[in-house]
Design a binder for this molecule. Structure first.
Ligand code: NDP
Ligand code: 8X3
Length: 251
C-alpha cells in the first residue's frame, strides 16, 4: 500500500492513533488530525522515518477551520486515497430527562456534523478521480440503544445512516464506503465520557478481556487492504466477552 495517502481524524489517541501506527508500518502516508498539538508532533516524530507524515490541528466542529486545514495540505498530500472518520467521543451518561445540553451539543456536533464537514471537504477530490475509500467509525451504540446512552447512541445511529447514504450517493462515483462498529474498546473514551474521572472510567473495562485499539486498527487495515472491487460495507466487532451493549461476561 506504499504511496497511498490516508487522512485519519482523531489520530491523537485510541483507535485513531493505533490506526496511524498500523498504517505507518504498512507504508501508507499519513495526514494525522486532532486538537492536541503535542501529540500530533510526537506522532509525526514517531512515524516520519517510515512514511511521509503531515499533521493538521483543527476542531471538527468548526466547518471553516476544517475546510482551511484540509485545503492547506501540501501538494504531495492532496490525493487522499483513504479517509478514516474516527474523531468522536461520548460526553456524559445520564438519563434523557437530566442530560446536560452541552454534552448533547458536543456529541451531535463532533460525532455527526464534524464527520460530515470533514467528508464534504475531502469527497470532491475522490469523485473527481473516481477513486477513494471512506471508513466511518460507528459503534455498537449505532446498532442498539442502551440505558443512559440516549444522545450518544443517536449520534452513532446517525453515523450508521450517513454511512449508508454515502455508499448510495457515491456508488456511481466508484467510491468505497464502509463502517466499522466496535463494542467497548479500552481507550480514553470513558475518561472523556466521565470528564476525567479515571477511576470510574477504568472500571468500565475491568473484569473482562476488553478490545484494544490495536485490535480495531488491524481490522481497519484489513478493510483498506482488500482489492478495489471488494468493499466491506459494515462490520460489528466486539470482545468475546461482550454479547451486546449491556451483556458482558465479567469476572
Ligand atoms: P479517544 O478518546 O481515545 O479518541 C478520540 C479522538 O477523537 C482523539 O484523538 C481526539 O483528539 C479526537 N477528537 C475528539 N473531539 C474532537 C474534536 N472536537 N475535534 C477533533 N478531534 C476530536 O476515543 P476512541 O479512540 O475510543 O474513539 C474513536 C472513535 O471510536 C469515536 O468515534 C468513538 O465514538 C468510537 N468508538 C469508541 C469505542 C470505545 O469503546 N472506545 C467503541 C465504539 C466506537 P483531540 O482530543 O486531540 O482532538
Ligand atoms: C462506544 C461503545 O458501549 O461504550 O461506542 O457506547 S459504548
Amino acid at each position: 500500500m506504499r504511496g497511498m495517502i490516508a487522512l485519519i481524524t482523531g489520530a491523537t489517541s485510541g483507535i485513531g492513533k493505533a490506526t496511524a501506527e498500523r498504517f505507518a508500518k504498512e507504508g501508507i502516508d499519513l495526514i494525522l488530525c486532532g486538537r492536541r498539538q503535542e501529540r500530533l508532533d510526537e506522532l509525526q516524530n514517531a512515524f516520519q522515518d517510515q512514511v511521509k507524515v503531515h499533521t493538521l490541528n483543527f476542531d471538527v466542529r468548526n466547518k471553516e477551520k476544517v475546510a482551511q486545514a484540509i485545503a492547506s495540505v501540501p501538494s504531495d498530500f492532496k490525493k487522499i486515497d483513504i479517509l478514516i472518520n474516527n474523531a468522536g467521543n461520548a460526553h456524559g451518561l445520564d438519563p434523557i430527562h437530566t442530560g446536560n445540553t452541552d454534552d448533547w451539543d458536543a456529541m451531535l456536533d463532533i460525532n455527526v456534523k464534524g464527520l460530515l464537514y470533514v467528508s464534504k471537504t475531502i469527497i470532491p477530490q475522490m469523485t473527481d478521480r473516481k477513486q477513494g475509500h471512506i471508513i466511518n467509525i460507528g459503534s455498537t451504540a449505532g446498532k442498539e440503544v442502551y440505558p443512559n446512552g440516549n444522545v450518544y447512541c443517536a449520534s452513532k445511529h446517525a453515523v450508521d445512516a450517513i454511512s449508508q447514504g454515502m455508499r448510495i450517493d457515491l456508488n456511481t462515483h466508484n467510491i468505497k464506503v464502509g463502517a466499522i462498529n466496535p463494542g467497548m474498546v479500552a481507550t480514553e473514551f470513558s475518561e472523556v465520557r466521565f470528564k476525567g474521572d479515571i477511576e470510574r472510567a477504568d472500571k468500565v473495562y475491568q473484569g473482562f478481556d476488553v478490545l484494544q485499539a490495536a485490535d480495531i486498527a488491524d481490522i481497519i487495515y484489513f478493510v483498506v487492504s482488500r482489492p478495489y472491487h471488494v468493499n466491506i460495507a459494515d462490520l460489528v466487532v466486539m470482545s468475546t466477552a461482550q454479547a451486546s451493549s449491556t451483556i458482558i461476561n465479567k469476572d
